[in-house]
Design a protein around this ligand. Structure first.
Ligand SMILES: NC(=O)c1ccc[n+]([C@@H]2O[C@H](COP(=O)([O-])OP(=O)(O)OC[C@H]3O[C@@H](n4cnc5c(N)ncnc54)[C@H](OP(=O)(O)O)[C@@H]3O)[C@@H](O)[C@H]2O)c1
Length: 305
């Protein structure tokens, strides 16, 4: 088996552009192309999937038009069978116009999840993709409902051979892994890629429950809002970036925007020396996250967070 090497901030850059907006047909293609070209110009990587509309096409075309070299991508692959996962690696390579994928997000379900926990055949298929050079690094996607499997594999040692890091929702309102897995990741010094930098949008929208935010997020936004002023951060964007990028183990944060000027800000502020939030503020957020993990997330149904 190939041995995982860990993933670092240099591999991905601190801010990675999520591409749900880049594949959103509600936005005209020219503005999505401009966004992707700006990401390429700034050296910002993409988090993408062949299921995000035509995001992969837009990325490929933008990279080719801007002549900025191959795009640096995290591609989502899975789900139930090894053949399915291998097929999706090949699909992404083709759609993105690459020779290989720099990073894949392993979304494991069914037989693949069982194999992962027990070191079964599916693991061999993933290891082969790496030795054959089709995939360079692997991040395991985790949710509260799959934290048990990830923990088991970590404890049995399979993870150290296959997985270079873990990817899950991580922002001031969400830390979507169980407390037991979070502690084990911290102890192991595992690399973490956080998703949903802004928990889905601006804090005002979240506290007012606009934009379709779930009730649990609205409650959390109201609990966290007073800490923004207390932290000295000028707004939710700075607060969220500082929270995500100074938490132990976090190497990158994946966030989305459809606007070039917002991408420029996210990229710029994630590159400058990132000041941790004041200790009291960070500790309060971590305490809230521990509480939410047991009181709410542990009982959440798959897909409900
Ligand atoms: N299971 C998975 O793999 C999974 C699940 C969810 C998400 N993701 C990934 O994570 C990415 C990010 O997720 P997300 O969109 O939920 O998270 P997000 O980054 O927390 O929120 C994005 C929202 O924030 C808004 N925003 C950005 N900058 C802003 C600013 N300066 N002021 C006010 N609002 C601002 C954007 O609006 P505008 O577009 O109008 O700027 C957008 O609606 C996705 O694109 C996807 O790649 C992966």
């Amino acid at each position: 088996m190939s041995v995982a090497r860990g993933i670092t901030r240099e591999d991905l850059g601190a801010f990675v552009l999520g591409t749900t907006r880049l594949g959103d047909p509600a936005l005209d293609r020219a503005s999505r192309m401009a966004l992707a070209m700006e990401a390429q110009r700034l050296g910002v990587g993409f988090h993408t999937s062949h299921r995000y509309g035509d995001a992969c096409d837009v990325i490929r075309e933008a990279a080719s038009l801007s002549r900025t070299g191959p795009p640096r991508c995290i591609a989502k692959v899975g789900w139930n069978e090894a053949d399915e996962l291998v097929g999706q690696v090949e699909d992404h390579i083709r759609l993105l116009g690459l020779q290989r994928l720099a990073v894949v997000q392993l979304c494991l379900d069914g037989g693949l999840a069982k194999d992962y926990a027990s070191g079964g055949e599916g693991c061999e298929a993933v290891a082969r993709l790496r030795t054959e050079g089709r995939v360079e690094r692997c991040l395991l996607q985790v949710f509260p409902w799959s934290s048990g499997i990830a923990l088991e594999a970590l404890q049995r040692g399979h993870a150290s051979e296959l997985v270079d890091g873990y990817i899950f929702y991580f922002n001031p309102l969400q830390r979507c892994v169980s407390n037991a897995l979070w502690e084990a990741l911290q102890e192991a010094g595992a690399a973490i890629v956080g998703m949903r930098t802004l928990a889905g949008g601006d804090i005002e929208t979240l506290t007012h429950g606009a934009g379709g935010a779930s009730e649990y997020l609205v409650e959390r936004a109201r609990a966290v809002e007073p800490w923004i002023a207390a932290s000295g951060a000028r707004d939710w964007i700075e607060f969220s970036l500082r929270f995500a990028l100074t938490a132990p183990g976090v190497v990158a944060t994946v966030g989305a925007t459809g606007r070039v000027e917002r991408l420029e800000r996210l990229s710029r502020e994630s590159r400058t020396a990132i000041e941790p939030l004041p200790r009291e503020v960070a500790e309060n957020l971590f305490a809230l996250q521990r509480e939410w993990a047991d009181d709410h997330d542990a009982h959440a149904l798959p897909g409900s967070l």
